[in-house]
Design a protein around this ligand. Structure first.
Ligand SMILES: [Zn+2]
Ligand SMILES: [Zn+2]
Length: 334
């Protein structure tokens, strides 16, 4: 009998375009799900992988970690509540050890020996993917899979960054108004907080987009907001934004760096940090973040703005993300 085949976009080396390949559909192992991909959003982290900024990918690799799909087959052993035919979401956090000091203290996002979807295990730039059932989330079967896909990383990491900004932060700056910021600004609005959106200088279109989504103010990252901010979240991978954001913070305010990779932070006067201002980073996600976030996204009626691309055009989607040629998120459709 002929083996069932799948298609995938394969990453083989930094700087080399992804290559469309056909290969046998994998068989899920114990505790795993075989998922037919409905949609997979493209994240800035995927750019850091294909550009070689993240230096330890599995090779060759199928990138993609904002996956929405349907369970097509299940492995033996414990697969939790997942069943064949159900819709699941597969995020960046693919597996954790469960016994290191971080896992044991509820910080599985900092696990010492984790697996990451689309980085250390194959991801969703494909028609099929195998995932650890324990790190897959049940998603609304009625929702549009394309609209859901950006919630799996832009939404989750954005949510974690917003939590880090602090519940008391009322006036929040968002630096880099891409996929994560466009989701988080809708949640901020629903929570009654004020968003101040910072885009690439001169990117009038992104500033309009931010105002349309409820931002109180939008301007270039070289501008100062009309008031001091309680917190700022930096989604753009530019270290130079750290001193810029600190300069707009009130005393005791906090800058949260939401990206996995950033260019160097330039030297800056200590006075920017003085008065108990803080700079922190956000790494990965926990499953608890997802338990909190998906209901919030539903209650806040978050509407993602997406630009769909056929799977075969993943390279184009990555190039358009790099150049900032669309608003919201790119989503690949197999
Ligand atoms: Zn661990
Ligand atoms: Zn991501």
């Amino acid at each position: 009998m002929k083996k069932p085949m799948m298609r995938a976009m394969l990453f083989e080396a930094p700087g080399v375009p992804l290559r469309l390949v056909e290969r046998p559909v994998p068989v899920p192992g114990p505790g795993e799900l075989l998922v037919r991909v409905e949609a997979c959003a493209v994240c800035r982290t995927d750019l850091h992988v294909v550009d070689g900024d993240l230096t330890e990918p599995k090779l060759p690799l199928v990138p993609g970690h904002e996956i929405v799909g349907v369970v097509e087959a299940v492995g033996s052993g414990n697969i939790g509540a997942h069943r064949q035919g159900q819709r699941v979401g597969i995020p960046w956090l693919g597996h954790t050890c469960g016994h290191c000091p971080y896992c044991r203290s509820g910080a599985e996002n900092l696990c010492e020996t984790p697996h990451f979807t689309g980085y250390t295990r194959d991801g969703g730039f494909a028609t099929h993917v195998v995932a650890d059932a324990a790190y897959s989330f049940t998603l609304d079967p009625e929702a549009d899979p394309v609209g859901l896909a950006p919630l799996l990383c832009a939404g989750l990491i954005g949510w974690r960054a917003l939590q880090k900004a602090g519940e008391e932060a009322q006036h929040i700056g968002l630096y880099g108004f891409g996929a994560a910021a466009h989701i988080i600004s809708q949640i901020c609005k629903w929570q009654g907080r004020e968003v101040y959106a910072f885009t690439r200088p001169g990117d009038i279109e992104a500033q309009h987009f931010a105002r349309d989504l409820g931002a109180r103010w939008a301007g270039g990252s070289d501008e100062r907001p009309p008031r001091m901010l309680d917190a700022a979240i930096i989604f753009a991978p530019l270290g130079a934004l750290v001193p810029a954001a600190l300069a707009s913070l009130r005393r005791g305010g906090r800058v949260v760096c939401g990206g996995i990779h950033m260019s160097d932070i330039p030297a800056m006067p200590y006075s920017l940090l003085w008065q108990e201002r803080e700079v922190v980073s956000v790494a990965n996600l926990t499953r608890h973040d997802a338990e909190e976030f998906f209901p919030v996204a539903r209650k806040a009626a978050v509407k993602t703005h997406t630009t769909p691309y056929p799977l075969e055009r993943a390279n184009e989607a990555l190039a358009d993300l790099r150049a900032g040629r669309f608003s919201g998120a790119a989503v690949l459709l197999p």
